[in-house]
Write a protein that binds this ligand. Structure first.
Ligand code: GUN
Ligand code: FE
Length: 479
């Protein structure tokens, strides 16, 4: 699984350099359109790049064909796009950002978002979550909830989502269909869980073989969905977490992931209980167990990863796997704060996850600011009875720039998809944030530097500040 090839069909199927590249402003290509205005993205860790008057040309497939960072309002090429009626122009109150990438969403848990967060993870799963997830045997219920969730995430600017569904094949297929219909880039997994000690009889795969067969069926279904030829929706092999899976299931899913070239997602070393449970059962850490079964590769996404040991971090780095940092959920269930700064310095691939409903917010802006806050609390420490000099972990903080990168380019890097940056060859997945909207909180000041505007966005923006959202060049939200 440790291959470095891009997993996505978008990259595989992207046309070679366009024959008219470089002369796009003068010689229009049918279906192309352009957008012009202030934009910002984060190509490297720790910094952002402001594109003050960016002109981006988007092709009929929704891929960025050309990006010029600073084009004057009087530029001839801008005039020609405008004259053809194929130009979207942003106002000074607006800013274009890459779409948000949510690396960890439990779609069926949306109805319990914000509730039942006052018990430990293991009790929350048994008492609240498994009973709720078992209800997705009802396809009507699934259709209603999944429709609401996808709409909500798009409205929050989440253009790519990595979903856990449930063990139910029909409901999981429905989630994939809804993402495709509404135009959200999505990776959708049917949850596999067969261990009788951790999964209740009313919500458990009857056997490893059945779980593997249903996973295979989902992969085939998603890849054959009419309208999904460009691979907007992809399947993901999804063992829930090691405690919920027998060794036979883990082994079978590892083989399937390899055979199908799929992404893999799971929970990893999330809490004290979870980490200790796996050590007691197997004598190994989660990461080592996943690796032994062929589930740790360049396209694996490990949710939480709070209790990784140094050898786990080295292993994950070697295999090129990614981490979904879920700071809001971790405040409720982890019992520790992720050593994010150190892990970024080691070169691990890291993005953000909402972990709906372990994390009660659907907003990746909320996750980004929680990542900043958690890192600050870790840096200062929390016990005022200790002297400041020994209270915390010096150098642990991240700032809004890093948080913004995690929410966008970081997520794209984890998934190995061309999303999260404004670059030729990348998908035009983007959102416009606007100051001064009647229901919004965001207020830019005249002449404020773009980086300060971004700081305000990361620290204060929400759904009501988002004016428009595109996925693969298709407008999916407009207020
Ligand atoms: N570990 C296994 N299942 C879950 C889940 O649904 N949410 C969280 N946060 N952790 C898990
Ligand atoms: Fe989770």
């Amino acid at each position: 699984m440790a291959t470095a090839r891009r997993a996505d069909s978008l990259a595989r199927r992207a046309p070679a350099a366009h024959p008219l590249a470089g002369s796009a402003q003068e010689r229009p290509v049918p279906g192309d359109w352009a957008i012009w205005g202030r934009a910002v993205h984060a190509p490297v860790s720790g910094a952002v790049e402001v594109l003050p008057r960016a002109l981006m040309i988007v092709d009929a497939q929704g891929t960025i064909r050309e990006m010029r960072p600073d084009v004057s309002a009087h530029d001839q090429s801008l005039g020609s796009w405008r004259a053809r009626g194929r130009l979207t122009e942003l106002s000074p109150a607006q800013m274009l950002l890459p779409g948000m990438v949510d690396l960890h969403v439990h779609a069926p848990q949306f109805p319990q978002a914000g509730t039942a967060l006052d018990v430990p993870l293991e009790d929350w799963l048994q008492r609240s979550t498994f009973p709720l997830e078992s209800r997705y045997a009802d396809l009507d219920f699934a259709t209603e909830v999944y429709g609401q969730l996808v709409e909500t995430l798009l409205a929050h600017g989440t253009t790519t989502a990595l979903y856990f569904a449930t063990i139910h094949l029909p409901a999981t297929q429905r989630l994939a269909q809804i993402c495709l219909e509404r135009g959200q880039r999505a990776l959708v997994g049917r949850v596999a869980m067969d261990h009788p000690d951790q999964c209740p009889p009313f919500y458990r795969d009857p056997s490893a073989a059945q779980a593997i067969a249903d996973t295979r069926a989902l992969i085939d279904f998603i890849r054959a969905m009419p309208g999904n030829e460009a691979g907007l929706v992809c399947p993901v092999v999804t063992p829930r977490f090691v405690p919920a899976c027998t060794d036979a299931l883990l082994e079978g899913l590892g083989g399937l992931a390899r055979a199908c070239g799929c992404h893999v997602q799971t929970h990893c070393s999330e809490s004290d209980w979870e980490h200790a449970h796996v050590l007691a059962r197997t004598g190994l850490t989660d990461s080592a167990v996943l690796d032994r079964h062929g589930l740790l590769g360049r396209h694996s996404v490990l949710a939480h990863a709070n209790f990784l040991e140094p050898a786990d971090r080295a292993l994950i780095h070697r295999q090129g796997a990614g981490i979904a940092h879920c700071p809001l959920s971790n405040a409720f269930f982890a019992g520790a704060v992720l050593p994010l700064r150190e892990m970024l310095a080691e070169g691990l691939h890291i993005g953000l996850g909402s972990d709906i409903a372990g994390g009660p917010s659907a907003s990746l802006f909320a996750q980004a600011r929680m990542a900043v806050v958690a890192s600050r609390l870790r840096e200062t420490g929390t016990d005022s009875r200790k002297p400041a000099s020994t209270r915390g972990t010096p150098g642990a903080r991240i700032d809004f720039r890093t948080a913004f990168r995690l929410a966008t380019a970081g997520g794209g890097e984890v998934l190995d998809l061309p999303v999260g940056l404004f670059r030729p060859g990348y998908a035009f997945d983007a959102l416009v944030v606007e100051s001064g909207l009647p229901e919004g909180d965001l207020r830019f000041q005249p002449e404020e530097p773009a980086e300060t505007m971004l700081e305000k966005i990361v620290m204060t923006a929400g759904r009501a500040d988002i004016a428009r959202v595109w996925v693969a060049g298709r407008l999916v939200k407009s207020r």
